[in-house]
Design a protein around this ligand. Sequence first.
Ligand code: C2E
Ligand code: CA
Ligand code: CA
Length: 751
Amino acid sequence: MARWSRRNYGARDMLLPAVICICFIASSILFLVQMVVKSQEDNIIDLQNAANQTRTALLKQLEGDWQTLEGLAVSLRHLGLDNQTQILDTLKDINQGNTFMRMGYTDVSGRGYMIDAKGAVQEINLESMDFFKQAVEGGRSISNTFGDAYRNDKYVNYFAVRLEDATGKAEGIICAARQAIVLRKLIDMPLLKSTGYSSILDQNGDYVIKSIKDYDGDILPHNKERVVAGIKQGGANFVITDKQGHEQMIAILPLIENQWYQVSLIPAVILRASYTQTAFGIMTIIVVACGLFIWLINRQRQMAASNQMALMKIAYSDSLTGLRNLDGFKLDAGRFLEEEERGSFVIWYADFKNFKFINDVMGYEEGDRLLMQVADFLHAAEGMDCMSCRISADNFAGIIRGDKAGILEEEHGSILNYLKQSGLEGMLSLEIPMGVYRIRTGDEMQSVDVMINYANMAHKIAKEKNGSKLVYYDDAVRRRMLEDSMLETEGEQAIADGEFLLYMQPKVDIQNGSRISGAEVLARWQSPKQGIISPGRFIPLFEKTDLIVKLDRYMFERTCQWFAAYLAAGGRPLNMAVNVSRVGMFQPDFVEYYAGIKRQYQIPDYLLELEFTENILVVDTELFTELVENLRQQGFMCTLDDFGSGYSSLNLLKELPIDVLKLDILFFQKSRDLRREHIVVTNFIHMAKQLEIKTIAEGVEDVATVDFLKKAGCNIIQGYVFSKPMPKEDFERLLMTTDYLSPVLPDQQAE
Ligand code: C2E
Ligand code: CA
Ligand code: CA
């Protein structure tokens, strides 16, 4: 089924919105990356500011300690180093007022004494210590951290300042030991909300004081080269990656020139957290907005698609049956044929022979029901190999893969079977004539429209035949159609040229010794090109236009002309019947015209008979009744022709003021059950008799039927069994020789 669908709503429609979204997201990501890079610079500044606070605290501590010692050095200057007891007492006093572990002094050789807070004195030799040399040379110094020589659970730093004599010459140093923990507490001050920490490193990048938060302890050694490079620059900021692959931001600041450096660090993710959060928030909003955008576009697309589907449905399908309409079929079949090999398909066209009857007599509801049954059948059969449509009213057409011989015949047969099984058989004899056009490989230029038309032409010919016939479009059909259109166009001139002949078929009164009671006048077209053409060919064509009215009137006037001459020549009065088409009857001057001609030729009353075909009744019974009454007043006899061919009910007969009922025996003969047929015909005749209507049996071809009809009480027979229609001259000659006719055996029924 899918391949018959019309428009494919592909992902193509979503391409543009998707591209827009991708561009939007991409540029947002670009912007955010830039923002993060920029934020990194800001982050380092933040880290540096925080690190500076720690640095200030550290410097304050160091400076304070040195100043303490320097003040001491000045006050000890006048004492002289010889005065050992006094110096130690002073140191002891001062030591009690600060937090040094111990204080002491040495001479320039590094030998001296230290005294702790409790007054215990130790001899010391600092000769080899760097901080001693630095203090002697540079005035102040501090040692790296080392384990205390006196208490091995403590780590200490030694502070030292130069001791000068009155002339400013170095005499020795004053030193003091402070627990390293004091400085460590300072470097462990909260840095950026406790997420960062600092350590103190020496010039070589080795720890002097390590932060207790530096649990890893590996970050700096691991990146020693860069750290040392930063130290050599006298300070630096950079990002390193630790062993776990996490980024760390580092700020290196000088504490004591060429000696101590403060290295502060913080995991980059912590500094970036707020930026990352913002970026994540923005990104989420963007993605949600894009999603919303796509969703909206998609919804709109779906709505547009469903609207279009609805419109297509209205435009291309049939509201009653839900099948395609002709436009839809042309579109789908055209597309389908573009993809398939044309040579393997046929197009069919079909309708019901008597659909109008179903509608008129059984009601529109029943008609619709039948159409829907057909549509159901066609719908179920729809697939890769066939599809169909309802063109209009009861006209259906379709395309079917026809490469397998007989498939269409099968299909055709199965429609009939299906309808019969649907319980529709009982209401009428369903006849579905079908025309078929075989699509040929060379038909690429042929539109579906034209091909349907070919199938329709074949269908018309199928419809002329009895039963559910299947006719293929071929040269014969084409010729027929050409001829038909020629007949149609040439008809009018032919009437003017007098090419239409009057044939007369005798009517025989079987209740009166087979006496000729009259004749029916039948038209024959004597075409100079085609010879005699029978009414079956041209009447249906003429009925499509007003040409039939012209022909009827021509035939009637010629009949009156002949009849007048015949009577004037002493011919015995007869009953002359002419046919009146449905279109003719509805002409506004209908009665006026026929009565006028009758008067003009002075034909006596009740010799002229007008035959109206039965299906006139369907159109307007009331108008028909009125016209018949009018005609009888004007001296015409009125006949209901072809009774039994269609659907007139006997009840209807009661209300019609007709004089004659013409039964078409050929119609009855279609039934297989002769006994039933006889019962029906007998009843018609009886009923007519009761209503004082004469009966004529038409189409009687054998003697047995004559016998039966005679017994049944039928008045008149018109049929090959007595005579075929003959030219009016022959009929006139017949009348001159005899008043009676006897039945002729079939093999003697000459043309
Ligand atoms: P219809 O009015 O029912 O005429 C009777 C038809 O039955 C005639 O066919 C006649 O030849 C045929 N027929 C008579 N007896 C037998 C029989 O025993 N066996 C068979 N097989 N056929 C028999 P025809 O002459 O070919 O006319 C066909 C139809 O054309 C007529 O049917 C009538 O409806 C129409 N027609 C003929 N002439 C005129 C005309 O001038 N005006 C109009 N409106 N219709 C006409
Ligand atoms: Ca007739
Ligand atoms: Ca008839």
